[in-house]
Design a binder for this molecule. Structure first.
Ligand SMILES: Nc1ncnc2c1ncn2[C@@H]1O[C@H](COP(=O)(O)OP(=O)(O)OP(=O)(O)O)[C@@H](O)[C@H]1O
Ligand SMILES: [Mg+2]
Length: 231
């Protein structure tokens, strides 16, 4: 047996007509539906650009070791919904005299990962700022901040060894580097100190770990700040 309709269908015509008349009397065209303007897509690179210091916002890592590193990290990324996430991997120690482009290459490396579609949580600090940020002071959880930097999937530690050191800063640097060493977290480190001086400045425990965990990228040449035309 087939089911039969026992109720009359509703007639919405008169109601809709009345509504349309009311809308029209108020100058509203009932046929037009409000449309949201399409959202501008914001890329990870654009979001990162906002956090990169203006001078390095367009930095391109053109050093072959840096591009090879970015390829390796991007290739080893854990698959995820927003693109591959950063995994364990090698670190870089970018070494060279003042003004040879170490910081430029380091921010260029962060940008290189983002342009390769890597989902990236990253932090950047100079070692002088690190000491200032982590100095114990009231109402500030320095230990938590150290953990944030130590555990961050990618850390840029700029100008290592350039800040004045003490037993306290040596311990701090050791804890930071040791965590990243043990967990094999990719770290971009720049320094203008040659190996022997770095060892003296940071202690042998840090220097030994850096020797194992980083690939050295040597930058040479004149101070670009003094040779480039003023921007
Ligand atoms: N490959 C590059 N192309 C264009 N400009 C560059 C390049 N490398 C560096 N620069 C520019 O040269 C200047 C010095 O670079 P950067 O600050 O990276 O040097 P550095 O080695 O980090 O110096 P420091 O040891 O004093 O920290 C900056 O203005 C930077 O933008
Ligand atoms: Mg620098």
């Amino acid at each position: 047996m087939t089911a039969t309709l026992t109720r009359e269908p509703h007639h919405v015509g008169p109601l809709a007509n009345r509504l349309n008349t009311i809308l029209a009397s108020r100058g509203i065209d009932p046929g037009v539906t409000a449309e949201e303007p399409p959202a501008e897509p914001v890329t990870a690179l654009e979001l990162a650009d906002a956090r990169i210091p203006a001078r390095y916002r367009r930095a391109l890592a053109d050093h072959p070791q840096i591009t090879a590193w970015a390829d390796q990290i991007a290739g080893a990324g854990r698959p995820g919904p927003g693109g591959p996430g950063i995994a364990e991997g090698p670190s870089l120690l970018i070494v060279g005299p003042t003004g040879t482009g170490k910081t430029h290459q380091a921010y260029g490396a962060v940008r290189a990962l983002l342009t390769r579609g890597v989902r990236l949580r990253w932090e950047a600090t100079t070692s002088a700022d690190l000491h200032a940020r982590l100095r114990p002071r009231a109402g500030h959880d320095a230990e938590r901040e150290l953990q944030t930097l130590a555990r961050c999937p990618l850390l840029l530690l700029d100008d290592l060894g350039a800040a004045k050191t003490s037993e306290w800063t040596e311990e701090l640097t050791y804890r930071l580097i040791n965590h990243r060493y043990e967990h094999m977290l990719p770290t971009l480190i720049t320094t203008s100190l040659p190996t022997a001086e770095l060892r003296t400045a940071l202690g042998d425990r840090v220097a030994s770990r850096l020797a194992e965990m980083t690939e050295r990228v040597i930058l040479t040449g004149p101070d670009r700040r003094r040779t480039a035309p003023a921007a």
